[in-house]
Design a protein around this ligand. Structure first.
Ligand code: SF4
Length: 163
């Protein structure tokens, strides 16, 4: 897997202060995407041991609420295995912290993936510029949903409480 950045103390991509992993690769190609540099699956740099160590060191900090996987698309088929491994490892180390993931896929198409066992919140769907609304919390356009993953696996889609 390749990635572009790890950002620390992020306040915009989920609850609280978070560590965000920005991966390479996205096939959705939404018009007016803010991050087209991340579309190329071969872009960025390799996610190596040093990067993983930086990521988990950041997540150890008491004031960090959890991890957010973003990009690019963490659920690009070529990223799924590695992101699933990272999400599982994160939950084993920090069961009390939360894992969020932003994807251009919709919930109905990815809900059966193994990674859902390890996620708390999924922000789903492509960005649609005609549905853009800067007032929305944690998402760019109104078609996207901020989904409570564990509740939704038991029931139909349940939106995150602050959505
Ligand atoms: S899914 Fe996200 S990263 Fe991919 S093109 Fe759409 S807005 Fe950009």
């Amino acid at each position: 897997m390749r990635y572009h950045n790890i950002t620390h103390d992020d306040m915009l991509n989920g609850d609280g202060l978070r560590t965000v992993l920005w991966v390479s690769g996205c096939t959705h190609h939404c018009e007016e995407c803010q991050n087209p540099i991340t579309w190329d699956i071969n872009g960025g740099i390799p996610f190596d041991e040093a990067a993983e160590s930086e990521l988990f060191k950041s997540l150890d900090k008491d004031y960090i609420s959890g991890i957010t996987f973003s990009g690019g698309d963490p659920l690009h088929p070529q990223n799924r295995e590695e992101i699933t491994r990272l999400a599982k490892k994160f939950k084993q180390i920090h069961p009390e912290k939360t894992a969020w993931l932003y994807t251009g896929f919709i919930w109905e198409d990815v809900k059966d993936l193994e990674i859902m066992k390890y996620l708390d919140v999924l922000v789903d769907g492509p960005y649609k510029k005609e549905l853009r609304d800067p007032q929305l919390h944690w998402k760019g356009s109104s078609n996207q949903r901020v989904i409570d993953v564990q509740q939704s696996l038991k029931d139909s889609v349940v939106l995150h409480k602050d959505n």
